[in-house]
Ligand binder design. Structure first.
Ligand SMILES: *Cc1c(COP(=O)(O)O)cnc(C)c1O
Length: 346
C-alpha cells in the first residue's frame, strides 16, 4: 500500500516539468540583485497581487517576521486571530526577533472589528502600544477557513481608522482566491504588506514573497540580509516558484474538492465530529472527542495514511498536488476504519 501523505501541503515534490524549469533558469548573485529569474518572479508576483514591489524570501516565517519588524517597535502589541501561524509556528520569533507581544482577537482565527477593538490597548504610557493587525487568509489552524470579504472590509477599515498597520499572512492566499473566486489582487488590496508562499499548495520546493509599497520592500531587503535570508544564485528556486504560479495555481480547486470528498467519508466514522460543508479549502480538521488524536495518527499510519494531530482531539488532513482524487477517497476509507477500530476497542 503506497503511503498517502496528508500531513501538510508542504510535502509535495517538484514535478519533472518544474525541475526542468529549474535546470534552465538563468541565475546571478541575488544579494547584488543580479539574479534575473528572482527579479522576474518578484515582478510577476507583485503584479499578480496588485502591489508595487515584492521580495523573494526563503520562508513564510521570514516574510512574516520582516513584516512584524517593519510595522512595529519593540514592546508593541500585535493583534492576531486565535491560532495565528505567527504566534504558533514561528518558534517564538515574534518575541525573539521583532520584540513584540501578541493579543488575540475573537475566537477561531477570524474576528470582527468589535473584537479587534476589544483586543487593542487604550493609549497610556504604561500599556503596550498596539501598532499592527495581522489577518491570516486562509486560516491554517481553524481548518483552511477563508475570511469573508465583508469581514475583511469591516476589520481593515476599523484598523485604518485606528491608525493601525495591516499585514496579511497569505501563505494560502491562492486557495482563498480559488475558493472565493476573487483575484489575488482583490484579496491583497486592503493590506500594507502581504506574505505569500510558493511552497504550500503551489508545490514549489522553497520560498515565499513579501509584497508591499516600494519604500517598505526596500527596507525589507535590508532586514532580509540582517536576518540571514540573503541568497545568491537562487534563480533555480525562483524558477520553481514561477512555474508553480503559472501551472499549479489554477488546479487548487481539485485539492478543495478532494478535501470535501475526504471529509464526507470520514464524517461517517463513529464518534467523529466533522461538518463536510465547513470544509472551504484544502484543509480538513477532524475532531475525535472520544479518542486520543495521537493514537489515531499511529493507527492510520499502519494503513499508510500520514496525518498530524494538531490538538489532543483534533487531526488535520491537508490536500495537495501529490494526492489524487482516488487517493483522497482511499485515505478517508482507511482513516475511517482506523477510527472505527479504536472506537470499538475503547
Ligand atoms: C506555512 C505557513 C507559513 C510559513 O511557513 P514556513 O514554513 O516558514 O514557510 C506562514 N503562515 C501560514 C498560515 C502558514 O500556513
Amino acid at each position: 500500500m503506497p503511503a498517502i501523505d496528508l500531513r501538510s501541503d508542504t510535502v509535495t515534490r517538484p514535478t519533472p516539468a518544474m525541475r526542468e524549469a529549474m535546470a534552465r533558469a538563468e541565475v546571478g548573485d541575488d544579494v547584488y540583485r543580479e539574479d534575473p529569474t528572482v527579479n522576474a518572479l518578484e515582478e510577476q508576483v507583485a503584479a499578480l497581487c496588485g502591489k508595487e514591489a515584492a521580495l523573494f524570501v526563503p520562508s513564510g516565517t521570514l516574510s512574516n517576521q520582516i513584516a512584524l519588524i517593519l510595522h512595529t517597535r519593540r514592546g508593541d502589541e500585535v493583534i492576531i486571530g486565535e491560532g495565528a501561524h505567527c504566534a504558533w509556528y514561528e518558534s517564538g520569533a515574534g518575541a525573539a526577533l521583532a520584540g513584540v507581544q501578541f493579543a488575540v482577537a475573537g475566537r477561531g482565527g477570524l474576528f470582527s472589528a468589535a473584537e479587534m477593538k476589544a483586543a487593542c490597548k487604550p493609549e497610556a504610557y504604561y500599556y503596550p502600544r498596539t501598532s499592527l493587525v495581522v489577518l491570516e487568509n486562509t486560516h491554517n489552524r481553524s481548518g483552511g477557513r477563508c475570511w469573508p470579504p465583508a469581514l475583511v472590509d469591516e476589520v481593515t477599515r476599523a484598523a485604518r481608522a485606528a491608525g493601525l498597520a495591516l499585514h496579511l499572512d497569505g501563505a494560502r492566499l491562492w486557495n482563498a482566491s480559488e475558493a472565493q473566486n476573487r483575484t489575488p489582487a482583490e484579496l491583497c488590496t486592503p493590506f500594507d504588506t502581504v506574505s505569500v508562499c510558493f511552497s504550500k499548495g503551489l508545490g514549489a520546493p522553497v520560498g515565499s514573497a513579501l509584497l508591499g509599497p516600494l519604500p517598505l520592500i526596500r527596507e525589507a531587503l535590508r532586514l532580509r540580509k540582517m536576518l540571514g535570508g540573503g541568497m545568491r544564485q537562487v534563480g533555480m528556486l525562483a524558477a520553481a516558484a514561477i512555474y508553480a504560479l503559472n501551472h499549479h495555481r489554477t488546479r487548487l480547486g481539485e485539492d478543495h474538492r478532494n478535501a470535501r470528498a475526504f471529509a464526507e467519508i470520514v464524517a461517517q466514522a463513529p464518534g467523529v465530529v466533522l461538518d463536510p460543508l465547513g470544509v472551504e479549502t484544502n484543509i480538513v480538521n477532524v475532531q475525535v472527542p472520544t479518542l486520543d488524536a495521537q493514537q489515531v495518527v499511529l493507527e492510520a499510519l499502519k494503513s499508510g495514511v500520514l496525518l498530524n494531530a494538531t490538538s489532543p482531539h483534533t487531526l488535520r488532513a491537508v490536500f495537495h498536488l501529490d494526492v489524487s482524487a482516488e487517493q483522497a477517497r482511499e485515505a478517508a476509507t482507511r482513516l475511517a476504519s482506523a477510527i472505527a477500530q479504536l472506537e470499538g476497542g475503547a
